[in-house]
Write a protein that binds this ligand. Sequence first.
Ligand code: GAR
Length: 192
Amino acid sequence: MEKLTGLKKIKTAVFISGTGSNLKNIIKFSKIIKSPISIDLIISNTNKAKGLRFADQFNIKKKIFNFKDFKNIEKKILILLKKDKIKFICLAGYMKILSKNFIKKFDGKIINIHPSLLPKYRGLNTHSRAINNKDKFAGCTVHYVTAKLDSGRKILQKRIKITAKDDPTSLAKKVLKQEHKLYPAAIMKIFN
Ligand code: GAR
């Protein structure tokens, strides 16, 4: 695949904590010729993350880091990233906050998807907060990761209408469907 383009894809790690639907979607995207990235490593903070099965399914290296000893764990992750020549990181439902030091080591090279129209609703429970506030729109945002939570520069954002029938679950489902379009589009935007 890479031979056809004559270009080397950027070695990328995806960090997850849960279902991994964005991970699966990014892996599929990475396999198309025009994708600027290849997924070479999957990192999870828990062995309970369902998304880890995609590592086996797509034959990608996976590593689980249990975050009880936070500082040393990040050091170990950095060593692994260096060893595997990872140059770019996609956070996809990764529910740990990375330290300032870690982010500095990958400055401008870590992106995240967040299920809200940032800067609205940083943090958790974005959909119930949007519904409780009677917002007309929810959405998702792909942004650069900085030391301040969910505050880095926006890359792409998608607005989704909230209807009277929506509850947090139905809204999360609608937003997730759009996340799967937005994340690859944001990656393309960065590297083109
Ligand atoms: C996604 O909705 C993602 O935006 C959100 O977690 C979900 C993960 O789904 N991320 C955050 O809330 C990060 N603050 P997935 O595991 O199926 O990709």
